[in-house]
Design a protein around this ligand. Structure first.
Ligand code: MG
Ligand code: MG
Length: 254
């Protein structure tokens, strides 16, 4: 069942979205060669708690950390560890919050120092595929319009889109209906109405779409060991144009 949010609920979701956005920027400042992903997790947890909120992922379904930190071929749900980031790596930082009874959830994939041209392309294309999806989050469209916009853009560069994990509605639960796949056909799926709040989160692989689950039961990697990127924003469906609640401005324009 899809819950349409009131403007009051959307205002609280926006507070969560901005805190998540600021947390991603705090983490991003520290993404340099030599830092461990566990240090990044601690930065995020302290920042979220200092702002009167609670990490949204910690304990969610048993997940043991504040951030999902997914390096290189890890697609999503990577555990923080004593791994030292090195020049040329990429790290997807996925962050959630709980504040005033609602969730925030967004993700950004950072380059570590200089990355090669193909990796830079993967990051740029994945982020642009998210924006192409957001442009379709308008009343009267369907979920498939978002899905198709993401998939067609990413695949036009020879990249592939992960099927097993999808975007989602968000509210007083982190994962609500509807599911928002990153692949699909225009004109299919549930109809979008004003006040639906969704997370659009393309996971794009440099190589093939196949993935496998790590033994810890959480982390997922590309089968061919090529890199994978992940960007996520929280979006309100509106009549003329989607309203984007979270933002990468704190990362890119500060
Ligand atoms: Mg999400
Ligand atoms: Mg997320």
């Amino acid at each position: 069942m899809i819950r349409i949010k009131t403007e009051e609920e959307i205002a609280i979701l926006k507070e969560n979205a901005l805190l998540v956005s600021r947390t991603l920027a705090e983490v991003g400042k520290r993404v340099v060669p030599g830092v461990t992903t566990m240090e990044l997790d601690k930065v995020a947890e302290a920042f979220i708690r200092d702002h009167g909120a609670v990490p949204g992922f910690l304990g969610y379904g048993g997940f043991p950390y504040t951030l999902c930190l997914s390096v290189n071929d890890v697609v999503v749900h990577g555990f923080p560890s004593d791994y030292c980031l090195k020049e040329g790596d990429i790290v997807s930082v996925d962050c959630g919050t709980i504040y005033k009874g609602f969730y925030g959830d967004s993700a950004y994939t950072f380059p570590v120092g200089e990355v090669d041209a193909q990796t830079r392309k993967l990051l740029d294309v994945t982020k642009e595929s998210l924006y192409r999806g957001i442009s379709k989050a308008v009343e009267g469209n369907r979920i498939g319009d978002i899905s198709h916009a993401v998939q067609s853009y990413a695949e036009s560069f020879g990249f592939s889109v992960v099927r097993e994990f999808v975007g989602h509605g968000i509210g007083s639960n982190m994962h609500e209906d509807p599911e928002v796949p990153n692949y699909g056909k225009s004109g299919r799926g549930k109809k979008l109405s004003e006040g639906m709040v969704i997370c659009i989160e393309p996971m794009v692989n440099a190589g093939g779409k196949a993935i496998y689950l790590h033994e810890n039961g959480w982390a997922v990697s590309t089968a061919d060991k090529q890199k994978s990127a992940h960007f996520e924003l929280m979006v309100v469906v509106r009549k003329e144009r989607a309203e984007v609640l979270s933002t990468f401005d704190f990362i890119e324009n500060c």
